[in-house]
Design a protein around this ligand. Structure first.
Ligand SMILES: [Zn+2]
Ligand SMILES: [Zn+2]
Length: 145
């Protein structure tokens, strides 16, 4: 059944009609007070607010398909984090390149370690884990929940 072609697209502008979607979206786009992502989040919310019913449904299905991922709250709570420090007096220990963005770590980068001991930029692995809770390198469960 199509919602279009009956004199226009039906739009549900009030988010109170879809509390479920908004709860999901809040999980995915959790505001992060420590980073400069607030503007981005605001834009996303605005777009969602203007979406048609069909677009919201599609978004809901999309979110459903990636439900194997973790929420950012869980990621930040479980991810072991450290600062990357490369001492000038000796060789760096361990992996030097983030496999997700293919860039070498720089001093003071935030590094996150998964349960399998593989390391990535916190920002990179966080985006990955939202999609899928498995290590990009060894495919093991990234963070036990
Ligand atoms: Zn990276
Ligand atoms: Zn791994």
């Amino acid at each position: 059944m199509g919602l279009q072609g009956r004199g226009g697209t039906i739009q549900y502008r009030s988010h109170t009609r879809f509390p479920g979607y908004w709860r999901l979206l809040d999980v995915i786009y959790l505001p992060d007070e420590n980073e400069d992502e607030d503007d981005e989040n605001d834009d996303m919310r605005l777009d969602i607010d203007n979406m048609s019913y069909e677009e919201l449904l599609a978004l809901g299905e999309h979110i459903g398909n990636v439900s194997t991922g973790l929420s950012k709250e869980v990621i930040m709570a479980r991810l072991k984090q450290r600062k990357y420090i490369c001492l000038a007096t000796g060789p760096c220990v361990g992996e030097k390149t983030c496999c997700i963005c293919q860039e070498e770590y720089a001093d003071d980068d935030d590094i996150g370690k998964l349960d399998c001991e593989h390391e990535y930029h916190v920002a990179c692995i966080r985006e990955w884990l939202v999609q899928k809770n498995s290590c990009p390198i060894c495919k093991k469960t990234a963070l036990a929940t």
